[in-house]
Design a binder for this molecule. Sequence first.
Ligand SMILES: [Zn+2]
Length: 235
Amino acid sequence: MNKQNFITMPKFEMHLHIEGTMYPEFFVKKAKEKNIKLAFDTPEEYYVDYRTRNTLQKFLMTYYGNMRVLENKWDFYDLAWEHAKRASEQNIRYAEIFFDPQPHLYRGVKFDEIVNGLYEAFQDAKKKLNFRAQLIMCFLKDLPEYEAEEVLELAKSAIKQNKIIAIGFDSSESPNWVQRFQKVVLKARFLGLKVVSHCQENVTDQSAWDVLHYFQPNRIDHGFLYTRIKKFWQE
Ligand SMILES: [Zn+2]
């Protein structure tokens, strides 16, 4: 298959973090409009910097720093719309897209502004771009479980309106993180949500085993090392 065939063929996308789709052109423009001072003033400087940033920690510093340009519903709308346009140009027809409410809530953004901005952009994309997307709300695994429960509470109205289809878990892991979040998983199931989870990102094989057994997820989003865990194949 050549590249052009691949681009034109219809596709779906199952693993995408919307905040990770911010291109330098997007956040530099937003920062200028809002008078926010970022590390660099031009997209070109960011591209040079990306080529030299080779650790996850450095990447995350930039990632979280640039999120500051997302302040209101229309910023989230623009973020989602920009992505929908790129996806549509590549003939991606359907996507299930993660968003992380917690870093935005910490910055003082209202939950409904985040969800409604993303949701409305994807509604418009369905009508105008032949691209359909549904939202998965992720909790950060390195934060306390009660915060995840508080966020789930904030999300209830959006869940009732089918603006969110699932919860997920991302970010770095600590021991026993799966057990800590079991209650929020049960609550989410009760609300009719599906459950997906990144796992085995930086802890042991046991956490992957725990995700399967305690969460019984509809899907595992990362799980690089499953093949080496013998007991998966024995049960
Ligand atoms: Zn991911």
